[in-house]
Every structure is written in C-alpha cells, then in structure tokens.
Write a protein that binds this ligand. Sequence first.
Ligand SMILES: [Zn+2]
Length: 334
Amino acid sequence: MIGHTWAQQLLSRAAQRNRLAHAYLFVGPTSVGKTSLAMHLASLLVCSSQIGRPCGVCRGCKSVARQGHPDVRLIERASDRRDITIEQVRQLEGEIALTPYEAPHKLFCVAGADLMNDAAASALLKTLEEPPPNASLVLTAADPMSLPITIRSRCQTLTLQPVPAHVIADALQADLKVEDDRAKELATLAHGRPGWAVRATTDHDLVEREAAAYRAISALPRQGPYSRMVAIEALLGKGSFLETRARALDLLSRLEGWWRDALFAAQTGVAPDLRRFMVGAVDSVPASLPEIVGFLLKIQETASRVEANVTPRLAVDHLIGMMPTIRSVDRASS
Ligand SMILES: [Zn+2]
C-alpha cells in the first residue's frame, strides 16, 4: 500500500474499535490506490499477527493477496463486459448474507462501482438498505457522481488524493528495488497514481504513452491557439460523455501538476528535482508568477465545473484559451 496513510489509520482505528461502517465509498482517480486500500482493510480484518497489522506474511494476509480468502471478495467488471452485471451483484448479495467462515468480519469490494449498470445498482441498493451483520462493503469509484445518490448517501466516503511523487519514488525503490533515477522518472509520470507506477515498472508501452502525453502538455504553452486545439482534441479523444469527462478530469490533474512545477521553477529559478530528466519539462519558465498562480486557480475552477456536468470539451477549450504563453526565458542559466 503506497500513500494514503490517513485513510489506513482511519480504517485501522475503526477496525480495532469494531466500528467499521457497513459501507464505504473510496473515491479517487484511476490507479490512485482505491482497490489497494480495500484489500488493505481486508488484510486488517483477517490478519493473525498481534503487531504491525496487516503483517503481509501470515496465512490470512497471503490469502487476501492472492484473492483466495473465503471472507473477502473482489468484484470487478469482466474484461469482456461494458459494466458490472446484475448477476455479479446477486452473487454478492447471496454470499455477503452468510456468516464469516474464518475472519470475524467479511469484506466485499465492488471495484469500479461507477461501472455498474442500472439493474446492478438497484440490486446493490437492496444490500445497502439491509446491511448484513459482520460484513462491510467497499465500493470504489473514479466518478462517484455517476452513482445514484441513494447509494452514495448510504456509504461513508473516503476521498483519495494523488500521492506525492517522492512518496511513490521511495516506495518503488524500497519495495520493488527500482533503481533511483528510474524510480523518480516513473513516479513523475505516474502523476499521483501509485498503481500506475507499479505497473509501469514492467510495462514499457504504458510509460511511452504517458511520456507522450506529458510532452504534449509541456508543449502547450509554446503553441498558438490552433495547435493547442489540435493537441487537446488528441488528448481528450472521442467517446461517451462519461468517458470524455473522465479523460478531461485526468487531463486537468496533469495540467495542474505541470503548472505547479512551473510555479516552483518560477519561484526558485530551477526545475523541480524530479523533472530534470524530462524532455521539454519546465526548463524555461512560462509567464510571470501571478499569471501562473492565476492559471492554476482557473484549472481548479474548470475541474469543479466539469465535475458539475459542464460539457467537458467546452470547459477545457475555454481553459486552454486562457493558458499563459511561454516567455522562453531559461532562468536556471541566468
Ligand atoms: Zn497478517
């Protein structure tokens, strides 16, 4: 489990005091660690160690890790399906009502609950309305607003923020023995998503795609209106309203990361340590400090508007039109 220490502690305390909620909703960007946190909670419940729970090495912890514990279930969308089906929810309904086999408490996780179809969501609502004793349900969602309010209101929501790059880099080095520079590079490209960074240690294509997106974002301040529009079109792609909204929010969080680095560079005259190796990174400072701060606020406002259902493409186009243009001054060498 990388990052989200506050959430781990909150769940530990609740588990220790036997005060777990019947239903949790873990919200956050894709690969930020929502399902990992759910499995962390599952390990807490089944771990037989007296200290340092979850220990990660006892029989209970290991069976959770290989998804073989009888009291822990992870329900996900099948790779060949568009959504989580009612059959999957009905099976959950039947199993969660049974008393636990080994652990004192059962934990069922519906990962990507925002991908449930309407029938599945109504079936799940029944379980939430009559929660079985000795069981907790965790829903995870990148886009919680697409879940019915009747479901959201019955869950305790924990919102996971992007994990700082240095935390991800340290974990890659310590846990996966990734070499220093490589760990920093992957942590940077991960822009807050530990799950992405871990996958990227073995998936070169994933790294290439992300690096291309990073280069496109770095190039925006140097481009005129037309090139910016073409670049945004490529970054957002085509798809349904929900898909475009998810991609727009993703793009806005990347933009925010890049402009935060620009702010750091403008304040200190040096590019942030983690980004020095990146081609086209913040080597020259775009715009003045007030312009950068102003644009960062506009990025956040745009994200709020997209979350509130404004047409994503319109909101992003409007924002990109207001992006400061680079002044091309290499502050590091002056
Ligand atoms: Zn354990």
